[in-house]
Design a protein around this ligand. Structure first.
Ligand code: PAF
Length: 281
């Protein structure tokens, strides 16, 4: 595996390759990332990963400073997954001068996670567009765990007419159902045992809706209350349409998704479960 930190070196290494499949990450890789690398290998001729903890997408009270940085172990995992090229720039490579041009996503950036992390999606969209310009991939892969991020990046790619196929990878979970995340490292053993409750609650909302429940607000409130009773501090539990992440009508016929973000101790966990209606309702 080649490893580059400079944009110029990376561009030279990528010259002449036709079907680049790109997986941007912030490192501290787990099986969810590796599943994306494996999918990338099926889709592209050359697999490029990036590792960059992007300051622009962290708020002042977010975990930028303590975000786990494990480059050596990450490189070993990427090499084992047969990734061809890793781009691992320093901040001075990617932001040699303070970034003054931004990608400002539309109103959805202020909803759901964006309501609780102001500026987050602006920082994500800006760095991802910059990485796209550097790597110039034909395919880019992102995990569905960050559902709103995937939605915004797909929309950005369409609206800016970028010639890139955006592929969403299924969320990888541990045996208890907890979505794998670098932030799970912040959980104490007791919190770790409690953490799968989030996915169980979302799955039970999804089952209730699939079985005909229509009072979405009531389902959201019940889940919120159960999380609070069990020591969580919840930002939101929300049922939304998959197509535009807006609240569904009571007689909605489109596919839905239930999303949540909640804090357990010092870890802020997010998760979601899709609700598809293959034959309509
Ligand atoms: O999902 C992530 O790891 C990050 O938000 C991303 C897409 C690599 C941008 O920094």
């Amino acid at each position: 595996m080649q490893i580059h930190s400079s944009i110029a070196d990376l561009r030279q290494a990528l010259q002449g390759h036709r079907r680049i499949a790109f997986v941007p990450t912030m490192g501290n890789l787990h099986a969810g990332h590796i599943a994306l690398m494996n999918r990338a290998r099926q889709l592209g001729d050359l697999v490029v990963a990036s590792i960059f903890v992007n300051r622009l997408q962290f708020g002042p009270s977010d975990d930028f400073d303590r975000y786990p940085r494990t480059l050596e172990a990450d490189c070993a995992q990427l090499a084992a997954a047969q990734v061809d090229v890793l781009f691992a720039p320093a901040e001075s490579d990617l932001y040699p001068t303070a970034q003054q041009y931004y990608v400002d996503p539309p109103a959805i950036q202020h909803e759901l996670d964006g309501e609780f992390r102001p500026g987050h999606f602006r920082g994500v969209a800006t760095v991802v567009l910059k990485l796209f310009n550097i790597v110039q991939p034909q395919i880019a892969l992102f995990g569905k765990k960050d559902y709103q991020q995937l939605f915004i990046l797909r929309h950005m790619t369409q609206q800016l007419a970028l010639p890139i196929d955006i592929v969403g990878g299924e969320t990888v979970r541990d045996a208890g159902g907890l979505a794998l995340s670098s932030r799970n490292a912040y959980l104490s053993p007791a919190e770790r045992a409690e953490a799968p409750r989030l996915q169980r609650l979302l799955a039970s909302i999804a089952s209730a809706i699939a079985a005909g429940a229509r009072d979405f607000a009531e389902l959201e409130q019940q889940a919120f209350a159960e999380l609070e009773r069990n020591g969580w501090q919840t930002d939101y539990v929300a049922v939304r349409r998959q197509s535009d992440l807006q609240p569904p009508e009571a007689d909605e016929r489109e596919a839905l998704v239930v999303l949540a973000a909640s804090r357990l101790g010092s870890a802020r966990l997010i998760d979601n479960v899709e609700i598809d209606f293959p034959n309509g309702r």
